[in-house]
Every structure is written in structure tokens, then in C-alpha cells.
Design a protein. Structure first.
Length: 231
């Protein structure tokens, strides 16, 4: 084969390789330019969700046979709210309703009456609160403080001679707490929070047969995990 044909073939092959290499580099640059930007975390708007936690409520009264009682149990419920973000601040309002298993029952021996079983329970409660949060640099994590009012029911009961009597009292209370919420997906967040509420004195007294009048005050702390969907 003549040398000139060999030289021409080598040159053509080299040009083809250079062209393919340049095309591959352009393709890589084009792929890099098509990467989508990470979605912006948006706390604004309405949300709703569910929660589950544990509560402890201390009851103090004026009866020497009861003194201070601690009610404990599982709580769970649902919440709705609205957020408005301004720079790093997140302002909001939230309302929730909770079913509660917080209760305690104990027995005492009274003269003449004999053994009496006395119990206390909080069957449900809820809160309406404002929230003030701070969104960290990443935007996906928010720490917040919260305060407002709580409402709910308190049910004392007593049993003696095979007879059980109970009453239900409702009262509003001051509520305050703090929490951390994390946006785990574009519309989903999870949170951990603790809420404290204090009923003050409940009414003018709770009167039960065999027991007398209880001037009760309930102080409760609830810790719960929650999941929210942001609309």
C-alpha cells in the first residue's frame, strides 16, 4: 500500500477520534446544565395532621385523703393550622383536639364508710395557640415557641358500697410550649413538641358523695410527635 494512503488513513482516524471526544465533552456539559434546582421549602399556608404522645397531669386538692395525685396516660389527636413566613420568622396559629387516657385511681379507708375507691381522669382536651418560629438556614427545620389557651374535661369519680358516682367539669387553662418541626418532603413535615397547661382552680369545687368537696387544680405536661401535610 502506498505510504500516502496510509498517512491519509491515520489522519482521518485521528480526526474522527477528536470529533467524538469533543462531542462527548459537549454532551457532559449539556447534562450538567439540565440538573434541576432543589425545591424551595415553603412553610406558608394551611396544614393539617395527626399526633401521638404521652401526658402527665398533676392534680392538687384540699382533701387530706387525696393530696396530690399524678395522672398519666397516652394522648393522641389531630391538629390544623396556618403559617406565614417572613424572612427567617414563621408566624402561625394552630388548634388541636386530643383524646386522653390520663388517669389515676387509688383506694382509701374512711370511718363508717369503709373502703372507698377514688379516681381522676382527663378524657379529652384541646388547645388554640399562636406560634412564633425561626427557620434555620437550610429552611427545612423550624424551632418554635407557642402559647394560647387549653380546654378540656376533668372527671373525678368515687366508688363505695358497690355504687360509683362521677361528675364531669370543663375548664379553660393557659397553655404554653415549644417544639421543632422538620420538612421531610415537599409537602410533609414531622414535629416534636411539649405543651404545658394549668387550669387554675376548677370551678367552685367538685363535690362527691362519701368524699366531700374537692377544690382541684390540674397542671399537665404533654410530649407528642406529629405529622403534618402542607396544602
Amino acid at each position: 500500500m502506498p505510504l500516502k494512503w496510509t498517512t491519509a488513513g491515520v489522519a482521518a482516524l485521528a480526526l474522527t477520534m477528536l470529533a467524538n471526544s469533543a462531542e462527548a465533552q459537549n454532551t457532559r456539559r449539556a447534562v450538567k446544565r439540565t440538573y434541576a434546582a432543589a425545591p424551595v421549602v415553603n412553610w406558608n399556608g394551611f396544614y393539617g395532621g395527626v399526633n401521638l404522645g404521652y401526658g402527665a397531669a398533676g392534680l392538687s386538692d384540699n382533701l387530706p385523703l387525696a393530696g396530690t395525685t399524678l395522672m398519666t396516660g397516652i394522648v393522641g389527636g389531630a391538629q390544623v393550622g396556618f403559617n406565614y413566613r417572613w424572612n427567617s420568622a414563621v408566624l402561625g396559629i394552630e388548634a388541636d383536639i386530643q383524646a386522653s387516657d390520663m388517669n389515676n385511681t387509688y383506694g382509701v379507708n374512711l370511718p363508717v364508710v369503709g373502703n372507698v375507691s377514688i379516681g381522676h381522669r382527663i378524657p379529652y382536651f384541646g388547645t388554640v395557640r399562636g406560634r412564633l418560629g425561626y427557620a434555620f438556614t437550610c429552611g427545612c427545620v423550624m424551632a418554635y415557641a407557642t402559647a394560647g389557651i387549653a380546654y378540656g374535661a376533668y372527671e373525678p369519680h368515687a366508688s363505695a358500697f358497690g355504687l360509683t358516682v362521677s361528675q364531669t367539669y370543663t375548664n379553660t387553662a393557659f397553655a404554653a410550649g415549644a417544639g421543632v418541626e422538620w420538612m421531610v418532603a415537599q409537602r410533609w413535615s414531622t414535629k416534636l413538641e411539649a405543651i404545658y397547661f394549668d387550669t387554675g382552680n376548677i370551678g367552685t369545687g367538685v363535690t362527691l358523695p362519701f368524699v366531700g368537696t374537692i377544690n382541684a387544680r390540674v397542671r399537665s405536661t404533654v410530649t407528642r410527635l406529629g405529622v403534618n401535610y402542607h396544602f
